[in-house]
Design a protein around this ligand. Structure first.
Ligand code: NAD
Length: 498
């Protein structure tokens, strides 16, 4: 059995107290085990990062950026291996994995701009013979804890920025699909990163809790489900750490009566079922304004969904793959059952899908549910599977109220040809990332990513300009070199220039 270890101080080690099987979700078979780090192993990683910090922090920023340039090239060169590793353990199809990797690479490209974005701010003559400047210093050793659904992209939201800003990093990836994450981190050594600056510890709650309680960890970035995000945020804060914790989602698309329905159907197919709906930005609820729109939407979706192909990652014409585990498959099916029991109508039913040759895989077919209402469990909770629910309302205000009342506020989209309606929507909707005729409004790497309400705990979004703020702390220096003719007497009041 192949054992997946850790990356500590530039070496691959496989210390563990326990292990856990890693499955190929398309076959349902486990061919690998992942080492789960105990407290001692995590502490070794923290010690390595702490030892590497003084030299790395003082490495000129242009040299730190050059590591990122080389890292980007290595990611591109090794894309096929990375996508295969993602496919084998996550199950997403190869071109979806390539898309995820590309979005991750864009964060590395942004990090290459560190010499520009770390220049700081300077004011000459802030007072007599006084100059003042603000600089952005690294925090020290920082940690990232990431989910299974983007094993390449989400870690790449975090550590390229943290490292280029002069920090040292400990990453705790998802234990369900760790190989691509570990492989990518190992490329940093080849890119010229000194040992100890980047470390990966595989593990579960024990490893996470060690990171959350160790006083040497200055900041924690987390992406995952909302209950764990809330736990991470409160525990990190109680231990005096800076924290950003991105959580779950329930993303609604409003379909207005004037929307281009061909565009809507194409968009919803990809945004609801792509990656088996295991995206925090997946559109999982279509809110149809008016029964006429709802009826047409259901009719067209039903026809279009017949053409979807579900199967193994390596077959190029598949549209999406399995869900991550058997337990998750059962959970998704349970939500479909509950919607049906609570009065919704299952129009297209993916509960019994068994692709030929992959009968033991963790598959759920694309599912469409009509007549969903706000009191249903399947509406209130995040399903994280290939399930699109349709809620019928009569006005745009009712549609917006539904979204604003939901506990999550990650992404949303409106389909319309009416600029005034779109403008009102973008201005007043209580959601962090908003699309107008754009189904997955995931911000590009030079903006920042984050939701509102219970989709994000913390003040700063992930990556982009907020990423720079998160991984640095401001220091403001006020300096006087008095010229011979300026001498001040004792002054007890606040210094002013009046
Ligand atoms: P998860 O919360 O189960 O796990 C995320 C990480 O937390 C993993 O590394 C895991 O090992 C760790 N973890 C799990 N339980 C823990 C515990 N009790 N104590 C400490 N650590 C623990 O999430 P997941 O199932 O891997 O990922 C799917 C979730 O992530 C979905 O809810 C999805 O919406 C969310 N997500 C959010 C975003 C976003 O940007 N908002 C992006 C991707 C995924």
């Amino acid at each position: 059995m192949n054992l997946i270890g850790h990356l500590i101080n530039g070496q691959t080690v496989s210390d563990h107290t326990r292990t856990q099987p890693v499955f190929n979700p398309a076959t349902g078979q486990s061919t690998k085990e992942v080492a789960l780090a105990g407290k001692k192993t995590v502490e070794q990683a923290i010690a390595a990062a702490e030892a590497a910090f003084p030299a790395w922090r003082n490495t000129p920023v242009i040299k730190r950026a050059r590591v990122m340039f080389r890292f980007k090239e290595l990611l591109e060169k090794n894309a096929d291996v990375i996508c295969r590793l993602i496919g084998e353990e996550h199950g997403k199809i190869s071109h979806d994995a390539a898309g995820e990797l590309q979005r991750g690479i864009e964060n590395v490209e942004y990090a290459c701009g560190a010499p520009e974005f770390l220049k700081g701010e300077f004011s000459k003559n802030a007072g007599p013979d006084i100059d003042s400047w603000s600089e952005f210093q690294p925090l020290g050793v920082v940690a990232g804890i990431t989910p299974f659904n983007f094993p390449a992209m989400v870690p790449l939201w975090m550590y390229p920025m943290a490292i280029v800003c002069g920090n040292c990093f400990i990453l705790k990836p998802s234990e369900r699909d760790p190989s691509s994450t570990l492989f990518i981190a190992q490329l940093l050594k080849e890119a010229g990163l000194p040992d100890g600056v980047m470390n990966v510890v595989n593990g579960d709650k024990e490893a996470v809790d060690t990171l959350l309680h160790d006083p040497r960890i200055q900041a924690v970035s987390f992406v995952g489900s909302t209950p764990i995000a809330e736990y991470i945020y409160s525990t990190a804060a109680a231990n005096g750490k800076r924290c950003q914790a991105l959580g779950g989602a329930k993303n609604h698309a409003i379909v207005m009566p004037d929307a281009d329905l061909d565009n809507v159907v194409n968009s919803l197919l990809g945004a609801a079922f792509g990656s088996s709906g295991e995206r925090c930005m997946a559109l999982s609820v279509a809110v149809a304004v008016g029964d006429a729109v709802a009826d047409q939407l259901i009719e067209r979706m039903e026809i279009a969904m017949k053409g979807l192909k579900v199967g193994v990652y390596s077959e190029k014409d598949n549209d999406f793959g399995p869900v991550i585990t058997l337990q998750h498959q059962q959970k998704v099916v349970g939500y479909i059952n509950s919607a049906e029991q609570q009065g919704a109508k299952v129009v297209v039913d993916g509960r019994n899908l068994k692709p030929e040759g992959y009968e033991n895989g963790f598959f759920v077919g694309a599912t469409l549910i009509d007549q969903v209402t706000a009191d249903m469990t399947s509406y209130q909770e995040e399903i994280f599977g290939p399930v699109l629910q349709v809620v019928r309302v009569q006005t745009m205000e009712q549609a917006m109220q539904l979204i604003n009342d939901h506990e999550y506020g990650n992404g949303t989209c409106i389909y319309t040809r009416d600029g005034e309606a779109a403008r009102y929507f973008t201005d007043n909707i209580m959601v962090g990332m908003v699309g107008v005729n754009v189904p997955l409004p995931v911000p590009v790497a030079y903006h920042s990513f984050g939701g509102w309400k219970r989709s994000l705990f913390g003040d700063l979004y992930a990556y982009g300009p907020d990423g720079v703020r998160f991984y640095t702390r401001r220091k403001t220096i006020t300096q006087r070199w008095p010229s011979a003719n300026v001498r001040e007497g004792v002054q007890f009041s606040m210094p002013t220039l009046s």
